[in-house]
Design a protein around this ligand. Sequence first.
Ligand code: 5CA
Length: 439
Amino acid sequence: MRLSRYLLPLLRENPAEAQIVSHRLMLRAGLVRQTAAGIYSWLPLGLRVLRRIEQIVREEQDRAGALELLMPTIQPADLWRQSGRYEAYGKEMLRIQDRHDREMLYGPTNEEVITAIVRDTIKSYRDLPRNLYHIQWKFRDEVRPRFGVMRGRDFLMKDAYSFDLDKAGARRAYEKMFVAYLRSFARMGLKALPMAADTGPIGGDLSHEFIILAETGESAVFVHRDLVELDVLSESIDFEGDLKPVIERWTGRYAATDEKHDAARFAAEVPPEARIEARGIEVGHIFYFGTKYSEPMGAVVTGPDGSTVALEMGSYGIGVSRLVGAIIEASHDDNGIIWPDAVAPFQVGLVNLKPGDSAVDQACEKLYAGLEAAGIDVLYDDQDERAGAKFAGMDLIGLPWQLHVGPRGVAKGVVELKRRATGLREELALDQVIARFRA
Ligand code: 5CA
């Protein structure tokens, strides 16, 4: 992509309305624009990050055996009357009337819609287990939307719903999602720690939040240091095998948010040097709630002995749009964002330091075409601007690599390659650049 044809409105100044670093950087780096309170438009660069996060989530859901579908954003109130949640959900739910005065709502979550689909399509224990998910916009009329996309009113969520014949099956479904979450967040370059959680309006009696540590997090967290050192990606995981050992490793040490914190237990179980008291951002939340929805809504199957059995359910959410902010909270410096490679909007920023100089222009065009041909996402800054402003812009948007191409280098047949995260620079022969990225 050529910057001269892109939409990348960078801001030099910190926007006054942004209180936390990720919100400031998302506005300054041209990722989003606010359309209304708690409602954001995703500009091209921001959308690329959102899509990358979505794709990692999708791959890990698929790997764990979940099936993707797509449910609508607008739902009929009737379904929520069947579960008994229509009145109970309160003012967070955006209620709408259509032209026939039918009561509708903008979905804050999808337990009712998916339960109705399964009720109508799955009749026998032979068709179980199933786990169905979608990645879809939600609306919650939050009392205090704040921190940009972190607590929006309109936000993108991955929500999965598992259906099983019995409690043991439901627990396995829960375990698969637990491990899929560990892998998903780790692939995004995040350390997300599972913590026992309250269930709130979703209901149920088993629940974990996945929390990343960040100063600006909304909850206080108390964690054993050993947990932070675990690495899930180095384990080979068989989703059809026994996942208990993995889960035990990740739940075997103290970790709690303020809601569930027990100071006496923390003091007794965690030696002083291993105690981490920090703040955290909730990026995922999983629930097991048995027959809370299937019973009132009549989602039943015929069991092996011919009896009628209400389905055992769980639901599993990931805050996809929140993750964009959360990743920035975890990965930035004074100059801007530092995207982990796996979610970066482009891998390389190609910086032409002297547009109009024909040798430099030619070298850049050749590199640009070569990188694109090799399938490497490259953003080519071909604009007529001061070098200083270009460097600052590239650091701000945080692409993992920068290629600096100027007249002196080109005369010698070299360019400068800079790694955004470390600031390390190396000189590279022009004809070795593509190979360097392929490696
Ligand atoms: N139905 C369940 C699971 S599918 C559910 O709705 N869970 S939730 O309420 O915990 O939301 C799931 C995830 O969505 C949260 O962990 C959080 O990361 C994200 N999320 C929730 N509210 C917001 C919000 N207002 N803005 C951005 N992300 C949010």
